[in-house]
Design a protein around this ligand. Structure first.
Ligand code: GLC
Ligand code: GLC
Length: 814
């Protein structure tokens, strides 16, 4: 069953009933100011860092779910009936409910008793504020006497402290109200130079800034006393829980429509100009007032909304495809690209499953995210790469995470996840292929944020590889450290203390446990580094790293092969993990996918055999599970992986992040049918029809779908912020459709299903628009190219002559 539909022309998903199985969210903001916004107007906003600069409160894991948000209440002043057009929080019955989640905006609305209300939320480009553009229409035959109440609950900035340090926080809240604008200024009196504000375009009948006054004792957001009575309290918060609410009264003639604009924003003042008059305790509003008045004007709001749409036209326009499959089309052209931007912006910090207080930016995650967005915003990719590299340790190792606000490595988690350094190489390679900007390699970058330690970025890449070479185990395979890509395969942890972190506890010296998965990653990263060296004129290095790749390839085939598939690892006792010798966890997906993707065993048949084993043992109709058989008990020598009940997360869940490795692996072996089949099994759009099983948003990928050992097989969790976004985008655009940037040109190497008769792609690459039409004439994957009317050898399109803006490519495959 479905809860809505795709409106592809509008680039929107339209939710038509509010009681989705779980909050179905969208993101607003794409630069410094961000918000989570559910289809029932739940969610919160923050400036840059979801933990340290949280503007408003949202409540996780609450009942009913999705509590706290950007709520508007409408009250019919004739009979006292009141409701929320977004259904939550009053849950009143409404007609025509819809939520249109679009690119950086959502419009939520409904109708009750002839009053139609719709609210469009978005963040203008270049601003640190959000707009609520509310439209009210009286569809009755008689005039309507209405009250509108806005509401947000302010967070006292540090979201973790806000939820825990009540003895202090309930006494610190401060606001100002001036000319109808509500200013939240907790801690502004001391060390903060930022405040939040909430403004309204209309004259106010009243306002509230103290939660308990607005709601009334023992009442919730579903029936605030001020709304029920149609009368704000004009409360000014001192301590307790500062909030913002405007009360607007209006009488609408039959058929009349009125627009009301609310602006919620974040503003910083110069440290020396915080107060006006100087020496007072009153916020200096000189620089914020012009911003507020700009966005309270409807024409500026419209212009900002159009600019946002054009921004998305440009971003999405870089790669547009027309294939025989509508699910692929809308994921490639709209939603998967959009999700890639969200994961780039949020990393793994703020979603319905990530509280925004737990994790910073992951070193490996952010580097992989690059694969999905580098073509849309190369300049921000460059910036991100340099930020990440600046947290690298001089050993070549990496902090597993860093905080976006400080850009410093996170000491609590530390490093020693031995796959981390490789991802920097893989991320930089993607950037170079996209842009050809080799100057980034010479950019001086510090280690561990220490001034004076600058080395060219290229040296950072070398250190990454050296780190791996310095950490080879008894079989010559890479030592695993605390964990590799699979955060939960903790072979050196041996934890028996409740609550201890599996990611930071290390009880073994780590000289034995090895990872075949990292070995596969290393084959790829060494080859990438060799190519980078070659392309930047370092031929000696190119040879060295090429040899690292071939040596590791050979080591995997010798010590990483189990007979029918690749082993996953060796544990601290030197025993194989992911082997037919094991009782449980006999076969894992990661080493199959990544080794084949990296080309290991392609020539000697091992690759094919490994992927056949994946099909036989790991594939389900809902996707490919991590491992089989699932661990049914706790193995102290394996760690967190065996803490999850069978079928969930890393213990035999369908971890959607690694499915595309197998997809790409199948394309490497030329098997388009299998590649596309796996791709489609986890494609959220293709799963829309089973929304009651899948339960999460059908427009974005989830990190995990419960595996076949789980009671709720097919149910997704952890949507939005996942490496799944980038990897699936990369798999379909660059390997199935096969249009990929390389150092010497644009490669056209599709490996599509046999039944497809063709497809077309428009790809803007390094300023040139490639119009590519592919026609299938036979069953194979051989490519014959005609470029601007001329047949060429091979499948690589060399860069056109200077000044060329468009290239027409016709490809026949078969
Ligand atoms: C999470 C982490 C990612 C890790 C994966 C598998 O998605 O963000 O870094 O690779 O889990 O454990
Ligand atoms: C847990 C999760 C894993 C995630 C990690 C992040 O181990 O199972 O998916 O990557 O936490 O720290």
């Amino acid at each position: 069953m479905k809860y809505g539909f795709f409106d592809d022309n509008a680039r929107e998903y339209v939710i038509t009933r509010p009681d989705t199985p779980y909050p179905w969210i969208n993101y607003i903001g794409c630069e410094g100011y961000f918000g989570i916004l559910s289809a029932t107007a739940g969610g919160y906003s923050y400036y840059r860092d979801a933990r340290l600069r949280r503007l408003t409160r949202g409540r996780y894991n609450n009942v009913p779910q999705d509590n706290g948000g950007r709520y508007v209440y409408v009250r019919d002043n004739e009979d006292g009936d009141f409701w929320s057009p977004s259904w939550m929080p009053t849950q009143s019955e409404v007609e025509d409910y819809s939520c249109r989640h679009g690119m950086g905006y959502s419009t939520i609305g409904s109708k009750r008793n002839g009053i139609r209300v719709s609210n469009r939320y978005f963040v203008p480009l270049g601003e640190t504020l959000e707009i609520w553009q509310l439209t009210v229409t009286n569809e009755r035959l008689v005039p309507a006497d209405l009250s509108l109440f806005s509401s947000v609950e302010f967070c006292l900035w540090d979201a973790l402290d806000d939820q825990s340090n009540f003895q202090r926080n309930l006494s610190t809240g401060q606001v100002e109200v001036e000319e109808g604008v509500i200013y939240h200024k907790t801690e502004y009196r001391e060390r903060r130079n930022h405040f939040a504000y909430f403004a309204c375009s209309e004259e106010l009948a009243g306002f509230d800034t103290q939660r308990e006054d607005f709601l009334g004792a023992w009442r919730g957001w579903d029936k605030p006393a001020a709304v029920a009575e149609g009368k704000s309290r004009n409360s000014v918060a001192h301590g307790w829980s500062p909030m913002g609410s405007h009360h607007v009264k209006m009488t609408l003639a039959p058929g009349e429509t009125r627009q009301v604009i609310f602006v919620l924003g974040y503003h910083e003042n110069d440290k020396d100009e915080k107060f006006d008059p100087p020496g007072s305790q009153t916020i200096n509003k000189k620089t914020v007032l012009p911003v507020i008045s700009k966005y309270l004007a409807a024409e500026n709001v419209e212009a900002a909304f159009e600019a946002l749409n054009r921004h998305w036209d440009d971003l999405l326009g870089v790669y547009q495809a027309e294939t025989p499959d509508e699910h692929s089309n809308r994921m490639i052209n709209i939603w998967n690209a959009y999700q890639c931007m969200a994961t780039f912006n949020m990393s793994r910090s703020a979603s319905s499953f990530e509280s925004g207080i737990g994790r910073g930016l992951g070193f490996r995650d952010s580097n992989q995210d690059l694969l999905g967005f580098v073509h849309m915003v190369p300049s921000r990719a460059r910036e991100r790469i340099l930020d990440i590299a600046a947290t690298q340790l001089s050993s070549g190792g990496a902090y597993h995470q860093y905080q976006p606000l400080t850009k410093k490595g996170n000491n609590d988690i530390g490093g020693d996840f031995n796959d981390d350094p490789h991802w920097l190489i893989i991320g930089v390679a993607a950037y170079l292929k996209e842009t050809g900007d080799f100057s980034i390699l010479e950019e001086p970058v510090v280690f561990d944020n220490q001034p004076g330690t600058e080395e060219p970025l290229y040296v950072h890449l070398q250190r990454s590889m050296q780190y791996a070479l310095d950490r080879l185990g008894p079989h010559g395979l890479p030592l695993i450290g605390r964990a590799d890509w699979n955060d939960c395969l903790n072979l050196n942890c041996f934890s028996d203390t409740p609550g201890e972190s599996f990611q930071t506890t290390t009880s073994k010296d780590g000289k034995v446990a090895e990872s075949v998965f990292i070995a596969g990653v290393m084959v790829l990263s060494a080859r990438e580094l060799s190519d980078i060296a070659k392309e930047s004129g370092r031929s000696q290095d190119a040879e060295t790293y090429a040899k690292v790749a071939t040596d590791m390839d050979a080591t995997i085939r010798e010590h990483g092969w189990d007979g029918d598939w690749f082993l996953r690892a060796y544990d601290d006792f030197g025993r194989p993990v992911g082997s037919k010798e094991n009782e449980e966890g006999k076969i894992f997906i990661e080493s199959q996918g990544f080794c084949v993707l990296a080309g290991v065993g392609v020539d000697d048949g091992k690759a094919r055999k490994a992927l056949d084993s994946v099909a036989k043992h790991l594939a389900t109709p809902h996707g490919i599970v991590v491992l089989q058989p699932a661990y049914t008990k706790y193995y102290i020598e394996y760690g967190e992986i065996s803490t999850y009940p069978p079928g969930y997360k890393e213990n035999a869940g369908i971890f959607c992040h690694n499915n595309p490795w197998v997809v790409i692996g199948e394309t490497v072996l030329g098997n388009g049918d299998a590649a596309f089949d796996y791709y489609t099994r986890i494609n959220p759009s293709a799963r829309e029809g089973i929304s009651d099983t899948h339960r999460l948003e059908p427009y974005v990928y989830a990190q995990m779908i419960a595996g076949r050992d789980a009671t709720r097989h097919g149910e997704a969790k952890n949507s939005w912020l996942t490496g799944t976004a980038a990897w699936n985008y990369y798999a379909i655009t660059q390997f199935i459709l096969g249009i990929r940037p390389e150092y010497e040109g644009l490669r056209v190497a599709p490996v599509i299903p046999e039944r497809w008769t063709g497809f077309s792609v428009k790809r803007i690459w390094r300023g040139v628009t490639y119009d590519i039409t592919i026609t299938r004439k036979g069953k194979g994957n051989d490519v014959h190219l005609t470029v601007d009317g001329k047949a060429i050898e091979g499948n690589l399109i060399a860069p056109p002559a200077e000044g060329t803006k468009a290239v027409k490519v016709e490809a026949v495959i078969g």
